[in-house]
Unconditional design. Sequence first.
Length: 317
Amino acid sequence: MESEDGEERDSPEIQEDEDVEDDNDEMSPWAVPREEEESDRIVGWRAGQSLSKSQVQTILRKEPTARAEYRGVMKAINKATAKDEEDGLKGMPATWQAFWSTVPHLDAKAAYNEHQREQERKARAKRKAAVAEEAKPEWEGKPGESMAEEVVRLEEHIRQLQQGLKDKKRVSEEWEMKLARAKVAEEESLIHSRRVKRKLDSATYLYGVSMGKFNSSEGYFQFLYQDTIMEGKKEVGILQRSRNLIDKQIDLLKSHVRMLLKVAAADERAESSMGDTKSAGSDSKSQRSGRTLRSLKALPPPSPSLSAPPSSPGAYL
């Protein structure tokens, strides 16, 4: 539209669309991407600094080491790409590989996959047709068949069906007999299992009673055994103490006997040294009797435990 002043003005719809776009630009939370030139785009990093395409070209031109590394990387990439292209024909038939190797610019893999899908569709169609043919009833008429031929064919089919029905009935009767025998065997097994269960319950009860008696008697005899051991230890202790006392008394008696032997030996020596006179003999006899009395007085009194036989091992305590 043109105004009276001859200036062009946009329609109201266009103005509204521009206003909406302006509003959307103002309300967008994302920054508007800045258009960059191809030479200023960052294509790599080196020592923490960004590199543009022009800087990379300058480095490759001035530094032989970087140029050699770049060529090695490019060779590796080209080799991997060529290997992928060669592997694209792997798994195909020889005729396909021979043909598609002459046209490497075309996608052989896609064409081969499409061919396989087409073959699978044809195979599925054949299988469906075969299944439909098998599902077709035999009594249905066939093309080019006369009435008499169809009657003969149907009669033969009926005879076959009747024979199959007889066979099925015979098999069914056999299975019914087997089922009846199985039911009888199952009932007998149930009766036998009930008997066995009753016997098992009775045996379990008797086993429990026996185990209770066994545990009770085991506890009783265990306590009795422990009491016997304690009594035996006590008696052994009493006998040990009695033996010690008897040994001590025996040692005392031995010492007394040794003392008496010494006194007797001294008397004999005194008699031999004395004179032949009576006075001398009477004096020596009186002296010997005096020494004997002194030695007997010097003896310790006998132990009261030896005066009478002990009635029990505890009498020495």
